[in-house]
Design a protein around this ligand. Structure first.
Ligand code: RET
Length: 272
């Protein structure tokens, strides 16, 4: 399907992809730099965040290259006459990162070993099924029934993931402190809001008649979704890991304990 884009359309995608590369790179550095602030028993979640943004950084560099290679600038328009744009990178990326993101949420809760294992196995199978079933639809023609059928099939494991997060995980939250419970609760709604972007972006080619507009909107939405679902989600999980570290009385080696202020602190400040 060859088509052409205006300069604005082409650059909208180009700059979105560039923005994602910068976000993933910055997040990668940030997660590496802050890991010592988290107690060792809560560090696995931060490790998983670091892997997720690292994997995404690599894929976005490839997606960016594929986008640039697919078009030539001819008579004031970007014409898709190069190698086809490879949609596969996104799906390979999700294949690796979505199970890791779900595992991240489960491990930061520090549930029993059996519960953690069972949740991670079921969520991973559902995530892999969701992405594997979505891909054939993604590369099918915009108006084909194949796109709808694969989309519906892929939504089934998606709904299962939401069921596990909202119903099953909800039961396990009772053992968490009030503070952590609130953070995890917020996190689940962030998942609902940000993951909801993906099926909407997937449907755009069937909803928007103009092929170029649909393609641009889809790429921009997927890119935005990835920044919210990976770096932002990682920051929120980091917040939970830090809250739990504090509750466990952890102080970073060589760091200062900024715990509760005491009346003595005020005295010291006045003397200083
Ligand atoms: C597809 C196909 C259409 C139906 C549904 C989909 C859901 C995709 C989701 C992807 C989430 C990706 C994340 C990536 C970030 O790292 C495959 C588009 C329901 C929910 C969170």
């Amino acid at each position: 399907m060859e088509f052409s884009l205006t300069e604005v359309q082409y650059n909208l995608v180009y700059n979105s992809l560039s923005f994602v590369i910068a976000s993933m790179g910055a997040a990668l550095l940030f997660f590496l730099l802050v890991r010592n602030r988290v107690a060792p028993q809560h560090r696995m979640a931060v490790t998983l965040s670091t892997l997720v943004v690292g994997i995404a950084l690599y894929h976005y560099v490839r997606i960016f290259g594929s986008w640039s290679d697919a078009f030539s600038f001819v008579d004031g328009r970007y014409v898709q006459d190069g190698e086809p744009f490879n949609e596969g990178y996104r799906y390979v990326d999700w294949f690796l990162t979505v199970p890791l993101l779900l595992a991240e949420l489960v491990v930061v809760l520090k549930l029993t070993k059996g519960k953690t294992r069972s949740l991670i196995i079921r969520l991973t199978i559902a995530a892999v099924a969701m992405i594997a079933l979505g891909y054939p639809g993604e590369i099918a023609a915009a108006d084909s029934s194949a796109r709808t059928i694969w989309g519906v099939l892929s939504t089934l494991p998606f709904l299962y993931i939401l069921y596990v997060l909202f119903v099953e995980l909800g039961k396990s939250l009772d053992r968490q402190s009030n503070n952590v419970k609130k953070l995890v609760d917020g996190l689940r709604y962030i998942i609902l809001a940000t993951w909801g972007i993906y099926p909407i972006a997937y449907m755009l080619p069937s909803l928007i008649d103009d092929t170029a507009n649909a393609e641009v909107a889809r790429q921009v939405m997927y890119s935005l979704g990835d920044v919210l679902a990976k770096p932002l989600f990682g920051l929120l999980v980091l917040g939970i890991a830090l809250a739990k570290s504090r509750e466990d009385g952890y102080v970073e080696p060589g760091g200062q304990d900024f715990g509760a202020a005491t009346p003595d602190d005020a005295g010291e400040l006045i003397e200083a």
